[in-house]
Structure formats: structure tokens, C-alpha cells
Design a protein around this ligand. Structure first.
Ligand code: CP
Length: 314
């Protein structure tokens, strides 16, 4: 078995650092490809286009879903993963990002990074000989939103023209949803408490055609096709963020908020979640929630993404 991966041509390497890095046409391809790969997976069929290829997974922050889905995904495509973190490698001891990128990309075929600043992953990618994928930065979480869109399309058909309500923080997920709304032509209703609003400097004029900002989460959820939220504080940092808990208390996605959305509206949360904070137990464990499909779909869309970045269209 030989790999279908193509040699990477300097200057033509395709990275996935933010949602806007791919076009609507490329997303159409990836969403279709994800369906095919998911069906293969469910039928226990073997498909090894990345035979003997190596994925480097660099984690500067904790993860369950991202680590598992990338590691399982590359294995299912015939390759394997190497896990690196910043606690017990030289990556956390001051080695320049540019040097690390040169070295790691000479020994591996594709690299996934979870780090803090977007600037770090951009510097890494600029010195990498192989594709780099953003596994979450403070600014963007494109793999998660790709999985969310695939999950919506699977359940309800095309997202074009639909309305997604984002209830909560102006975080990496919110900014990625904004890019997705512009790329895939749907409407995003955003609502966050006073003091936690979006940074206007990060919003392009084109993005504003697909974004409406609401002071009241009820208004944001009205007639939405999908309601989505995220933790108010990162897991493990709750005690340091008591003031956020107070500020966000009216932003919990409850049965009352969901009742304002369309009758067949879906609920998503990228997980991990705090029941009784950003979402009620009744909503996340209720019939409108598709959070488990959403989590599983990280696997299928990232397989499609890795295959596309290394092999092109199959
Ligand atoms: N949603 C998400 O990225 O989960 P992990 O932090 O567990 O990877």
C-alpha cells in the first residue's frame, strides 16, 4: 500500500489556520467527503490514503476531543500520530517557534497545533514544510466549527440562509462562527453581556452583512435554526472567574431560550460543558441537543481535512 499524499511544494502548501482559509467550494467538497468517510468508518471499511504518513500533534493546552479525534483520524487513514506537549519537550523551554517548525516539519507530513496566540501558529506555519492545522488558539477554533456545520447539515440540510444564534462569550468559537457565516452565507445572531462584546476591529465589513449583535439573548435566539454556546470559563479556571459567572447568568441556554428559536431548532455546545451554567441540563440532555453527534463529527471532518491538505481532491 502506498500513500496518496502528494509531495508538498514550497509556497503552495495549504494550511488551515482559520475558517476563512478555505473557500465555500472547498467546504462543499469537504462536507461531501466527510459523509463518505463517516460511512466508511461505520462500515468498518479500510481506507488508507495516508499510509505511513505522520501527524505531529502539538498541545500547549489541555484537550480530550481534539487529541482523540486527530489521533484516531490519522490512524484510520493509514498513518500515525506523535503527541508533543510543551511540558516535557523543548517546545516549552524557549526553543524559537521558527526553529521548531523547521525541525518538526522535516520529520512529519502534517502538523496540528493547539496553542495560545494565533500569531504563534502563523509564525510556525510560515516556517513549516508541511500543512499546519489550527487545533484551537485564543482567536479561532476552525476544526470545531467545521464539525458543527457538518453536524447541522447532516441533521437539517444546507446551512446557507439559515440563522445560528451564538449565546455567550466573544471567544474563539464566536469569531470562527462569524467567518463561517460570511464564507457559507448564513446569518449569525450574537449576544454577550456588557463588557464581553466582540472587538469591532476584528470584524470585516463583509462579515457585518452576516452578523447581527443583540444585547438580549432572547432576541438573539428568536427564530434561530441553531442555538450554540460555550463554557463561560475554561474548565479548571472556574474559581478565578467568579465575576464572569455573575455577568453571564442571564445567558444560560435554558428551555425558555430554546422555546424562542424555531420549533425544530437544534442545540450545540463544543464541550466540555458545565450543566446549570452556560446550558441547563434539560437542554443539553434534551431532544434538541446534538452535542454527541457534534463531538463525533470532529473525527470525520478532520479526516476529510487531513486527506484534502495532503492528497488534494480524491
Ligand atoms: N471542543 C474541544 O475542542 O474539546 P477539547 O478541548 O476536549 O479538545
Amino acid at each position: 500500500m502506498t500513500s496518496l499524499a502528494k509531495p508538498q511544494v514550497p509556497g503552495q502548501i495549504k494550511h488551515y489556520l482559520e475558517f476563512a482559509d478555505l473557500t465555500r467550494e472547498e467546504y462543499d467538497y469537504l462536507l461531501n467527503r466527510s459523509v463518505w468517510l463517516k460511512n466508511q468508518f461505520k462500515r468498518y471499511e479500510t481506507w488508507h490514503p495516508l499510509h505511513d504518513r505522520t501527524l505531529a500533534m502539538i498541545f500547549e493546552k489541555h484537550s480530550t476531543r481534539t487529541r482523540l479525534s486527530f489521533e484516531a483520524g490519522i490512524h484510520q487513514l493509514g498513518g500515525h500520530a506523535v503527541y508533543l506537549n510543551t511540558r516535557d519537550t523543548q517546545l516549552g523551554r524557549g526553543e524559537p517557534v521558527e526553529d521548531a517548525a523547521q525541525v518538526i516539519s522535516r520529520m512529519t507530513d502534517i502538523i496540528m497545533i493547539r496553542t495560545f496566540g494565533q500569531e504563534i501558529i502563523e509564525r510556525f506555519a510560515a516556517h513549516s514544510r508541511v500543512p499546519v492545522i489550527n487545533g484551537l488558539t485564543n482567536e479561532y477554533h476552525p476544526c470545531q466549527v467545521l464539525a458543527d456545520i457538518f453536524t447541522f447539515v447532516e441533521a437539517r440540510g444546507p446551512i446557507q440562509g439559515k440563522t445560528v444564534a451564538w449565546v455567550g462569550d466573544a471567544n474563539n468559537m464566536a469569531y470562527t462562527w462569524i467567518q463561517a457565516a460570511e464564507t457559507l452565507d448564513f446569518q449569525l445572531h450574537f449576544s454577550a453581556p456588557e463588557g464581553y462584546q466582540l472587538d469591532n476591529a476584528r470584524l470585516s465589513p463583509a462579515a457585518l452583512n452576516h452578523l447581527t449583535i443583540y444585547a438580549d439573548p432572547k432576541a438573539a435566539c428568536k427564530d434561530a435554526d441553531l442555538v450554540s454556546t460555550d463554557v463561560w470559563t475554561s474548565m479548571g479556571y472556574e474559581a478565578e472567574n467568579a465575576s464572569r459567572m455573575t455577568a453571564f447568568k442571564d445567558w444560560m441556554v435554558s428551555e425558555e431560550l430554546m422555546a424562542l428559536a424555531k420549533p425544530n431548532a437544534l442545540f450545540m455546545h463544543c464541550l466540555p460543558a458545565h450543566r446549570g451554567e452556560e446550558v441547563s441540563a434539560g437542554v443539553i440532555d434534551g431532544p434538541q441537543s446534538i452535542v454527541w453527534d457534534e463531538a463525533e463529527n470532529r473525527l470525520h471532518v478532520q479526516k476529510a481535512l487531513m486527506e484534502y491538505l495532503l492528497c488534494g481532491r480524491i
